[in-house]
Ligand binder design. Structure first.
Ligand code: TAP
Length: 487
């Protein structure tokens, strides 16, 4: 594994560093809450610090919203629903959403650099995946806003009202777009709570929303920790809760919302199987395995964290996988050559280290390519466990890091049984040259999304969501609109 920080230009065909400039981003020392179209301090005056996980450098101080701020934000969203945004026809709402989409595109580089600084993800991912997809979600939903009456929801589908939305840190701007775009397209107003470790791109989005001229209160962004999220979930003025995050918190939210009449969608964790048959094109499958688990440092709910490989090709697949992993470059997230960036936070790094230690203690074989880690910041090398059995914790629990557990199978039936042996049901991958086998597998795998001969492909037109402990409800496509409309 090459480390960007140790490269010598010209030697051994190493890459020279190609850092993206952070000049394009102006990070203010302090950020307030975005409520009723204005930036305001938290009523309590409390704040917290958001860090660059690649260097542990403090980036900014951010307001910590408490109950009084949640109240203000929900009241502002209610007024906008009753008096302005909620009264607009779909064709007018669409114009605002198109404006937001175009502004994200125009400021894409700024958003990408800020996302990589605050989250630790490589610039090539924020630049090529997160930001373009966030813009695509606004474009896609802008197109729906004036066509809802023809989408099979009856002649005059009605919005729910005020949506309370809580999102995680792994795709901060993209998750904000997944939540806001369908809610706004269908005529709802929003109170969004970003994750504590990654609030900055949501606050830049507040600037875009202001410039796009949305009526004050249509979108409110309240930063804070889990207690802010819990306050929003429990607020009596909210009609719908949309949550993306861990299964553990999702269960708490489901219990809190039960019996209140609030509508709820939960997008939770996963432990996906990426199934490679012996007739798969091995080189493409290896690329798919790498993309499946090492994209975004494995901080991906639908990550292909369990590789199920047919026994007859297991040795060949593992050899090629290891050779490929030795070429991945870990280091400075702002370097355009970087494949693997920083782990988002100290607690997440602790969680990964704890589960990896459990994997070793339970007898699985751990392997990583030679990989010097930067001295400061939160880092974990790409790691592969072989000899994993289904009962191992690393085969059952979501690690949410760059750690792959490899299991084998002999028959398609065994592959299905092992793939489905999980409390989760978010995603799966199938690698085979036979179309009939893809369909056979897709009918039997219990997962919301199944990729065939590819992995981690996202499109706003394609509904995304899970079963069982991965949650319920869909985001994207026509199904995603339904989550914000009265049935
Ligand atoms: P969580 O700890 O569940 O946090 C998610 C969000 O909820 C954060 O904004 C968090 O605030 C907030 N929160 C924490 N406790 C809360 C409570 N009691 N009530 C309301 N809100 C609360 O998850 P995470 O560690 O940020 O994200 C990783 C998890 O998200 C993984 O399990 C991953 O699989 C899942 N995820 C799922 C999907 C989909 S689409 N299924 C997509 C991305 C991620 P703080 O940040 O301040 O803690």
């Amino acid at each position: 594994m090459a480390s960007v920080s140790t490269t010598t230009p010209g030697a051994d065909w190493e890459y020279a560093p190609a850092p993206e400039s952070r000049e394009i981003v102006t990070i203010r020392p302090e950020y307030g809450l975005f409520i009723d179209g204005e930036i305001v301090p938290a009523a309590s005056g409390e704040s917290f610090t958001t860090l660059n996980p690649a260097s542990e450098e403090p980036l900014a101080s951010v307001a910590q919203a408490g109950p009084a701020d949640v109240d203000r934000a929900v009241a502002a969203a209610r007024r906008a629903f009753d008096q302005t945004w909620g009264q607009l026809p779909g064709r007018e709402r669409a114009k605002y959403l198109y404006r937001i989409a175009r502004a994200i595109q125009e400021r894409a580089r700024e958003f990408a650099v800020l996302e990589s600084l605050d989250n630790g993800k490589p610039i090539k991912e924020s630049r090529d995946v997160d930001i373009p997809l966030a813009a695509a979600h606004f474009f896609y939903h802008a197109g729906w806003a004036d066509k809802l009456g023809y989408a099979g929801f009856g002649p005059g589908p009605r919005p729910l009202g005020v949506a309370g939305q809580v999102i995680p840190w792994n795709f901060p701007l993209l998750m904000a777009a997944w939540k806001l775009a369908p809610a706004l397209a269908t005529g709802n107003t929003c109170v969004l709570k970003p994750a504590e470790t990654t609030p900055l791109t949501a606050l830049l989005l507040a600037e875009v929303i202001t410039e796009a001229g949305l009526p004050p209160g249509t979108v409110n962004i309240i930063t804070g920790d889990g207690s802010t999220g819990a306050g929003l979930v429990g607020h009596g003025g909210v009609d719908k809760i949309a949550f993306t995050g861990s299964t553990e918190v999702g269960k708490e939210i489901q219990a809190a919302v039960a019996g209140t009449g609030k509508r709820l969608t939960l997008e939770l964790g996963g432990k996906a199987a990426n199934v490679v048959f012996d007739d798969a094109p091995i080189d493409q499958a290896v690329e798919g395995i790498v993309n499946g688990i090492f994209f975004n440092q494995g901080h991906v709910c639908c990550a292909g964290s369990r590789l199920l490989v047919q026994e007859s090709v297991a040795g060949a697949v593992l050899d090629r996988l290891k050779r490929r992993l030795a070429t991945l470059r870990l280091g400075d997230p702002l370097d355009k050559n970087t494949d693997i960036g920083a782990i988002n936070s100290r607690p997440q790094l602790d969680k990964i280290e704890g589960l990896v230690a459990a994997g070793e203690a339970e007898g699985a074989q751990r392997w990583s390519p030679p990989c010097p880690l930067p001295a400061r910041g939160y880092w974990f090398p790409p790691t592969v466990f072989s000899g994993v059995s289904q009962s191992h914790r690393i085969a059952r629990e979501e690690i949410f890091g760059p750690v792959l557990s490899v299991l084998t199978f002999r028959t398609p039936e065994e592959a299905v049984a092992k793939a489905n042996n999980t409390p989760y049901g978010l995603s799966a991958g199938v690698w085979t040259e036979k179309g009939s086998r893809i369909l056979w597998m897709a009918q039997r795998l219990r997962a919301g999304v199944i990729w065939a001969n590819t992995y981690n492909r996202f499109d706003p037109a394609s509904p995304f969501g899970g079963y069982t402990e991965s949650g319920f409800g869909r985001e994207g496509g026509r199904a995603g609109l339904a989550a914000y409309l009265h049935a």
